[in-house]
Design a protein around this ligand. Sequence first.
Ligand code: SF4
Length: 958
Amino acid sequence: MSYKHNPSLIEKIAESLKIIPGLHDEEEASIDRLTEPGDLTKYPPPEQWNDWNEYEAKGWARKEKKNYSIVPTTCFNCESACGLLAYVDRTTGNVRKFEGNPYHPGSRGRNCAKGPATINQINDTDRIMYPMKRKGERGSGEWERASWDEVLDDIAGKIRKALQEERNDEIVYHVGRPGHEGYMDRVLKGWGVDGHNSHTNICSSGARFGYNLWQGYDRPSPDHANSKFILLISAHLESGHYFNPHAQRIMEGMMKGAKLAVMDPRLSNTASMSNYWMPTYPGTEAAALLAMAKVILEEGLYNRKYMENWVNWEEYLEAKHPNLDVTFENFIEQTIEEYKEYTPEFAEAETGVKAETIIEVAREIGMAGTRFACHNWRSAGSGNLGGWAVARTLQFLSVLTGAVGTVGGTSPSAWNKFHPQFFDVPPAHKFWNELHYPVEFPLAFHEMSQLLPHFLKEKRGKLAVYFTRVFNPVWTYPDGFSWIEALSDKRMIDMHIALTPTWNETSYFADYVLPMGHASERHDINSYETHSGMWIAFRQPVLREYARREGTPFEFTYDVNPGEVWEEDEFWIELSWRIDPDGSLGVRKHFESPYRKGEKINVDEYYQYIFENVKGLPEAAEKEGMKPLEYMRKYGAFEVEKSSYEKNLNEVSTDDLKGSNTDKKTRVISKDGKNVGIEVDGKAVVGFPTPSRRQEFYSKTMVDWKWPEYDIPKYIKSHVHEEEMDRDKGDYPLVPTFRLPVLIHSRSGNAKWLTEIANRNPIWMHPEDAAKFDLTDGDMIKVNTEIGYFVDRVWVTEGMKPGVVACSHHLGRWRRPQDQEGNRWATNTVSIDKEGTGWKMSVLQGIRPFKSTDNDTSRIFWSDGGVHQNITFPVHPDPISGMHCWHQKVRLENVSPEDRYGDIFVDTAKSQEVYRKWMEMTRPAPGPDNLRRPLWFARVNKPTIDKFYLSDKSNEKT
Ligand code: SF4
């Protein structure tokens, strides 16, 4: 560990009396987990899951016995994929409830409120049961029922024609909530299209980019349970991401003595439980982090051994200080010099957090050493111009303390995530879709999906077939009216297919709306970095497994799902066969069974193959006399590795070493032009997947790609920096990057329990600010953005930093009178009218009780569905990471008599202007060697290497 200074007398006494943890022990005591998977003994034992009796809670005190078949699956209401147990009532054959799966290593039997609420989603009386086809104009709200055969043939015909005419880039699959581990990448490769688009650039690209620059891995995986100090740059436990798996481990760490610091201008639930709430002014977090780095460097609290071995400090000195001797001492000296401006006082002036607190937290981090855990997800990383610098400066602290991949430190997520092996891997495609990775954003960490409507309007391309899956950009994205304009125009999007379990604002503008199953109605595999171990979980359609257990015949999942609800896996297999019925396009062969030559693969075989190739799973299954697939059907999850630390120290394989070269100076080991490892302390180890194989303090990539001013971790002033505000005119930074913890992006609208708990999104405002506008709780306020305005109410609270306002996203759902009824627990009925170059939305009616087969629908007591703020935001693409910068400079004003609650106005001509202004900040490709993008950066659905070079005229038809 890094903490080397001698303890003071007071510390010694406090440690011996166990008043404080033994921070000076050389040997760390092992810290047990709170529970191991399977420890929650009050759960029904798995041997009784096929036939479980318990008393009906509602039947009390009659002692009414219920007989259940318990089927494991996983939750789909955030990315963490916690384990669920579905209780199928054996009398009715219906799912009665969901509880946690104690055998799931990530969630260990626990769920947040959203897990059990899956029952609301499957029983939603408004859900879509049959394929629907547009009848009138797109967006007119007229629909008719269609057959799956008709739908599949129509879509397949369009795709086949596009492939035959080599319009491969016109086929696009755009996903919101991913999951589907590698499945779609394989499908799109099988079709030979660069057709993957995601929501990542409105979600997490900022932080990913910052982490990637350091270590070639884009997500952090903190080992909270074993840490001594935890620092979260967090809207609320990662904005609801990893909400439950991380929360339980943060609690575990704190119960063992860890301290928690949270940087957030809002007193979130997490901040309220912290030892240090640091309400930073939005976008200034990096200033505080660099001030902490300075304290750690100056006070010698850094981990010299780790840094000497694992930081590319020699490269830094050679590039920036060629006249100095290349010694570690010179590196430290120069680094202190680099950050001399970042005094705690400077940080206090920027952030509004006291200098003493910054110093105290910095020392705590230094003392925690290798047991310092931290996380930045969304939040500041996704809010600000240059937000990626927050993750980069945060990782700097992990590197300084040597807390990378250690017990109680923070690992790259890839070390804790299982990657499945597929029965067939189609070759890389030969296209570069400029709509996804345009030349202006060579470093963009993911697809520039938020700019799609603008690109289509500029005629950069068009779409022949556009799938949206669990994806609702009209509502979740900024600039939703530009999306409506693009989606309504057949010249831009010829066919739009919405794959969704429930009606949403984007599906209203589709040609087909195809009902897909909820969590418990489809297959999937999951593996996420919830803690230091590695696991794989099986999301299985519950009624399919129940039918199998009961011996009820079925062929496809839709045979057992409600109505004609399909699951995606089977949909894509079926569609792929219809695209290429005779195999002449080379598509069909990728969807043939590995076990029955030339025949269509079925979904059981797909997962059978994967589970047969999970390390340790076949053996674990065999011990119980089962096949791997049977094991996963029974338990729903498998722990691949109990813990996974310091994988940079894994030895380079003998195969890779054979015929390799080791660079005499850098000690980087390469083979066949590829770096495979690095020699450290005389050992050939794999290191990190960066050009230097080390943690990159100095980024030659940033220099090579025209951003030399960010060659080392720096603080970048946000577009909502105080300097941008005219306070006299009512300017405020608006923080829209948090959500109330029971919400699910755009998918809580059909979960009655969740909507009952949280159904409106007022503007959080400090009493001092409310006084300036003469407002009290519940008063209305007009929030002007760059492109329009929205009218909301205020919630006056001391839980908000003065001078900053905030509003939860994921409320303010709507439908127009002509739209299909859906999500009525949460949707306002609105009118949308064209006004000049803009759009006006007004609330016609709030939420009302309604009659249905669920008696609760007539008991709805709330009427306020909140306000759709995102639609009033323009696009703000960060010129480097490509991340949409969510925070807004808004001008607040008191309402006039004509303003109504929920009013929204947006001028899409202004949206275009703001888009162009941000585009001017970019520094387009090419980079070195005429590259479009650094070869070492990851890219979804990677094409052949030649397509990375601009000189290759990559989009020429091949
Ligand atoms: S944390 Fe996420 S996956 Fe887990 S129960 Fe909650 S919503 Fe579901």
